[in-house]
Design a protein around this ligand. Structure first.
Ligand SMILES: *Cc1c(COP(=O)(O)O)cnc(C)c1O
Length: 422
């Protein structure tokens, strides 16, 4: 469910017509719906009502301060993967006890900052990390709260580049090695074991991989408790998908997901942490663009828009599908044409859609690349010296620029000449 709909033939974000934002802020621009973000958070949180739990939004999906503040005000914690994200979460007012820290390559400086912030848990991904974290914590005279991220060797059935829970993926500690890693953790002076963590991948639209992973997690927790480890906290990761197509990729409802958690782990009296990212932000955002040229070559039409792969890399990086909608809805009788929607960047991989049937569009027309709220703006860059794409937040009939466009002068001002060039 989201709040991007046609009203009187014009695509709106909540009550704001998108052509108004396009004219006022310019294109390309990301537009987020506050009501959609709120709704997704609430539905997910409500699915776990009556179980001790904390929803730690995976902020790498969309880490704009306004988005973080909105979710933090609703009670969300954050799943962070870097010191930069820790700083952003803190700037948005998220207290340490609502922060969990994932990622395979935490540096000493990041460990120190997270310890000082008093975070809820380090999700540790390797033995060298565990040993180093113990040393860093002991040097600060404290113990680091730890969950070991276990890799259950489950195939999440998702795209190669967003699968994380198979043995050959770089994430987590092998299921077979988990027991000895907990035994080691118990001997380390700077470590306090709290729980077990898993995250098997992203854009998962089937409950079976979750069921498999959580069943293994339950087995592991039973075994660890028998061995004397005090396991109270289960971090279930993120991964619930969103409907990009809306036909073959309908994800399960949060309450069906919660039922799987109850069935597999419910008897263990655990406190849950969940780390949804895409599910919260994915279809709460769109990328709004404008057609620059319509180019016809033998038997083929290119819609050349101003949304480039530097603004949204998902189509080329993950072979992702995004619906594209004209902001002005064409009359019903208009026949679609098959086009490639490409951008202005000098790369063949610079496209939003290929061989897509769309209503005919003209130079100057606005269009929306749908379901772009997660892993969109956060992966944008300034390749080809394109101004960094701005972001807008809509709530009811109001909109606000929550990141201005960075222009060429701003980019130039970040560079320095070497002293011998002056
Ligand atoms: C990316 C990530 C998430 C969020 O994944 P989504 O598919 O966006 O829900 C959660 N946990 C960890 C450890 C991650 O790396």
């Amino acid at each position: 469910m989201h709040h991007f709909e046609y009203r009187d033939g014009i695509l709106h974000a909540e009550e704001v017509p998108l052509d108004e934002i396009a004219r006022s802020v310019g294109t390309p621009v990301y537009v987020y719906s506050a009501r959609t973000l709120e709704r997704h958070y609430r539905v997910f949180d409500a699915a776990f009502a009556n179980r001790p739990h904390l929803v730690c939004y995976a902020m790498k999906a969309n880490s704009n301060q306004a988005v973080l503040k909105l979710l933090a005000d609703l009670g969300a914690g954050m799943d962070i993967v870097s010191g930069g994200e820790l700083a952003r979460a803190q700037a948005a007012g998220v207290p340490g006890e609502r922060i969990v820290f994932s990622g395979v390559g935490k540096t000493d400086a990041e460990m120190r900052a997270a310890l000082a912030a008093g975070i809820r848990s380090f999700n540790v991904e390797s033995v060298p990390e565990l040993i180093r974290l113990s040393e860093v914590a002991a040097a600060q005279g404290c113990r680091a709260p730890v969950s070991v991220r276990v890799n259950p060797d489950v195939d999440a059935g998702t795209h190669e580049k967003i699968s994380t829970g198979r043995r050959a993926d770089k994430f987590g500690i092998s299921w077979l090695q988990a027991r000895e890693v907990y035994d080691l953790a118990a001997t380390l002076p700077g470590i306090e074991v709290r729980g077990v963590a898993m995250h098997i991948g992203s854009q998962i639209t089937d409950l079976a991989p979750f069921e498999k992973a959580f069943t293994l997690m339950a087995e592991l927790i039973r075994m660890l408790r028998e061995a004397g480890h005090d396991i109270r906290h289960a971090d279930l990761g993120g991964g619930l998908g969103v409907p990009y197509h809306g036909d073959t990729d309908i994800p399960p409802e949060p309450k069906e997901y919660a039922a799987v958690v109850d069935r597999t782990l419910g008897h263990l009296d655990l406190e849950y942490v969940m780390e949804p990212g895409r599910m919260i932000a994915g279809n709460a955002g769109i990328l709004l663009g404008r057609v620059i040229f319509v180019k016809e070559v033998e038997g083929k039409t290119f819609l050349i828009g101003d949304t480039g792969m530097n603004d949204l890399i998902r189509p080329t990086l993950y072979e992702a599908f995004h619906h594209i909608l004209p902001v002005r809805r064409p009359p019903k009788e208009v026949q679609p044409v098959t086009v490639d929607v490409v951008g202005p960047v000098c790369e063949t991989g610079d496209y939003m859609a290929r061989d897509r049937a769309l209503p005919p569009m003209q130079r100057g027309d606005f269009y929306a690349v749908m379901t772009a709220g997660a892993y969109g703006a956060v992966q944008s860059c300034t390749y080809n010296s394109r101004p960094l794409v701005p972001e807008v937040l809509v709530r009811d009939d109001a909109f606000a620029v929550i990141r201005p466009r960075l222009e060429a002068e701003d980019l130039i001002a970040m560079d320095r000449l070497a002293p011998w060039q002056e």
